[in-house]
Design a protein around this ligand. Sequence first.
Ligand code: ADP
Ligand code: ADP
Length: 226
Amino acid sequence: TYALDIEGLTKNYSDGFQALKGIDLHVREGDFFALLGPNGAGKSTTLGIVSSLVNKSGGKVRVFGHDIDTDLSSAKLSLGVVPQEFNFNQFEKVEDIVTTQAGYYGIPLKTARVSAEKYLKKLGLWDKRNTPARMLSGGMKRRLMIARALVHEPRLLILDEPTAGVDIELRRSMWQFLEEMNRQGTTIILTTHYLEEAEALCRNIAIIDQGEIIRHTSKRELLQQL
Ligand code: ADP
Ligand code: ADP
C-alpha cells in the first residue's frame, strides 16, 4: 500500500475555477517526495484536500489505504500536516499549543507532554516552551508548526512550502531535521517551487502545472533529462 494514493482528483472552486483537473499521485511508504510547481499550480489545493481542509470535487484520496471519504479518522491519525500559514493561537504558550493538538487525537496529557518535549527539543524550541507564540520569530513559528504536526507521531508528514520566507541557515537546519525524520522511517511529502529544494532532499518528484501532473518520476531520471 501507498502512504498517499491519489486518483483522478479534481477541484472546482465555487467561483467555477478548476484548480485540479484529475491528478494522480502515488507516494510509497518511506519516500521523501516533492510536489514541485509554480505558484498557482494547485499544490496547496491538493494538500488542503488531503488534510480535509478543502472539499474535493471528485476522485479518490487514500492515506495508508484509508479512504478519506469513508475512513477519515484513521487517515488523520497517520497524517501530520504543516500548512503555510501560521494557524495556532498566537496568545497560547508554545508547549500548550503542541499538547492541545495531541488532545485532538485523544492522546492522554502525560503522553502528550513527553512527545511535546521530544519534538520541541529536537526543533530547538524547548527554551521557549512558556513563551506565547506571538513572541517568537518567524523561523521559530515555522518550527512550532512542525512540532505540532508531529506530536501524535504520524507515519506521513506533509509540509506546504516549508522553507518559503525562511533564511538560508534555518533552511539548512530544517532540511537536516526532515532528512533525519525520513531516515527514521517517516514518509515526507513537501510542496515547493524551488527545484533546488526538491533536488537537495527528495527521491521522487511530481511536477504540477495548471492543475495537472506533467511529470511523475525519480529525481535521478529528472536530472538526467535537464
Ligand atoms: P470551497 O469551494 O472549498 O468551499 P470557496 O471557493 O468557497 O472554497 O472559497 C473558500 C475561501 O477562499 C473563500 O473565503 C474565498 O474568498 C477564498 N478565495 C477565493 N478565491 C481565492 C483565490 N484565488 N485564492 C485563494 N483564496 C481564494
Ligand atoms: P499553489 O499552492 O500551487 O500556489 P493553489 O492550490 O493555492 O496553488 O491555487 C491553485 C489555483 O486555484 C490558483 O489559480 C488559485 O488562485 C486558485 N484558488 C485557490 N483557492 C481558491 C479559492 N478558494 N477559490 C477560487 N480559486 C482558488
